[in-house]
Design a binder for this molecule. Structure first.
Ligand SMILES: NC(=O)C1=CN([C@@H]2O[C@H](COP(=O)(O)OP(=O)(O)OC[C@H]3O[C@@H](n4cnc5c(N)ncnc54)[C@H](OP(=O)(O)O)[C@@H]3O)[C@@H](O)[C@H]2O)C=CC1
Ligand SMILES: O=C(CO)COP(=O)(O)O
Length: 350
């Protein structure tokens, strides 16, 4: 199949390698001319993936029109905050070309201010006449390890049922295994909100905390992700899968994770601006913490870890204040919380 990958960052580049290994004809679109030139001439992308050689079959262009003309499937691999404007440009080109494509996005976050999931943003922007389906691909998949062809498993979901099955076929190789999931809300919420937990656990690591507090934040973090997710219509069981627990493990325990490393840098004394600048790649958890905090307030969902991280990132509360806010909360029951999740599941499935 002809596939265009929009975004020449770390994940767009590693997914292009997967797609090329699966015998698709891949064209990458990047706005940075130097990166495009490097991909075409040296078959590397040294800014985003160190010591990785790309197949010479993978072509890059800085013309969005050329990329949109090429692809039957468009893989949107840009940060959440760029999604709306990039999608609007693509939609105009599809109209001009009178062409229909299948869209899959891989971004993990919520849009600031609207609190929308990426597929909701895309559904708003794309004219249904030109888009057969909108899908998400998400799960435990560090770009660096995908590029090394480490065995990787992800989930895909779509608005209509057909899209996810096509995406499964298009991406599936002997080292990249794709599962279809019918819970679009859960897959997107799991991928977006694990970044909050990864930032928090990264900060714990930076302060020298041990394994007990990290396990506590990961487990209770997953619980609050599931709580908000089910309120938004997700199946709570999705959060036990690749896009939930899987991605949480890979992100909240790994030096590959930009969110985790950002948390470590904050604990090391850098300001939020300094840490994100130093990263040089998108740290989705920052905007997503703000959006999720506001969304949880709106829906009156209890998200203590998100709330504390929000205070730490944006209101300068100290790590001691953060811990005391979490540990001195009112007594509560774990089994009661799990029961409520099950009740939400029954309500959602009616
Ligand atoms: N890295 C990973 O391991 C994974 C990342 N993801 C998700 O994928 C998404 C992209 O992440 P990732 O590739 O890592 O990010 P990077 O920061 O590595 O790259 C982002 C890419 O998007 C491009 N870009 C940014 N804004 C625009 C815009 N307005 N128009 C066109 N291109 C733009 C950047 O261009 P330029 O180079 O010119 O700045 C760059 O090529 C994120 O939501 C992330 O959470 C999902 C799974 C794994
Ligand atoms: O989502 C990821 C792996 O699945 C990558 O996470 P980071 O954005 O924190 O690097």
């Amino acid at each position: 199949m002809n596939i265009s990958v929009i975004g020449t960052g770390s994940f767009g580049t590693s997914l292009s390698m997967v797609l090329n290994d699966n015998n698709n004809r891949v064209m990458m679109y990047g706005r940075n001319q130097d990166t495009v030139l490097e991909i075409n001439q040296s078959h590397t992308n040294s800014q985003y993936l160190k010591n990785i050689d790309l197949a010479s079959d993978i072509k890059a262009t800085s013309s969005l029109k050329e990329a949109v003309s090429h692809g039957e499937v468009l893989v949107l691999a840009v940060p959440v905050n760029a999604m709306r404007s990039v999608a609007a440009e693509i939609n105009q080109l599809l109209k001009d070309l009178s062409k229909e494509v299948l869209i899959v996005h891989v971004a993990k976050g919520l849009e600031l201010n609207t609190y929308k999931r990426v597929s909701e943003v895309l559904e708003e922007v794309f004219d249904p006449e030109y888009v057969s389906d909108i899908c998400v691909l998400s799960g435990p998949s560090h770009a660096e390890e995908v590029a090394e062809k480490q065995p990787t498993t992800v989930s895909t979901a779509s608005i209509h049922s057909k899209g996810a099955e096509i995406i499964q076929d298009v991406f599936m190789t002997d080292y990249f295994r794709v599962y279809v999931n019918n819970d679009m809300v859960g897959v997107e919420i799991g991928g977006a909100l694990k970044n909050i937990v990864a930032l928090a656990v990264g900060a714990l690591s930076g302060y020298g905390f041990g394994d007990n507090p990290k396990a506590a934040v990961i487990t209770r973090g997953l619980h609050e992700i599931a709580r908000l997710g089910t309120k938004l219509g997700a199946n709570p069981l999705t959060f036990l899968g690749l896009a939930g627990m899987g991605d949480l493990i890979v992100t909240a325990t790994s030096q590959h994770s930009r969110n985790y490393r950002c948390g470590q840098m904050l604990a090391g004394g850098l300001s939020l601006e300094e840490a994100t600048e130093k990263m040089g790649m998108v740290v989705e958890g920052v905007n997503t913490t703000r959006a999720t905090y506001e969304l949880a307030e709106k829906y009156d969902v209890d998200m203590p870890i998100t709330k504390v991280l929000y205070g730490y990132l944006f209101n300068d509360i100290s790590e001691d204040e953060a811990f005391s806010a979490l540990m001195k909360r009112e007594k509560t029951s774990e089994s009661e919380g799990l029961k409520q999740l099950l009740e939400s599941q029954i309500k959602n499935s009616k």
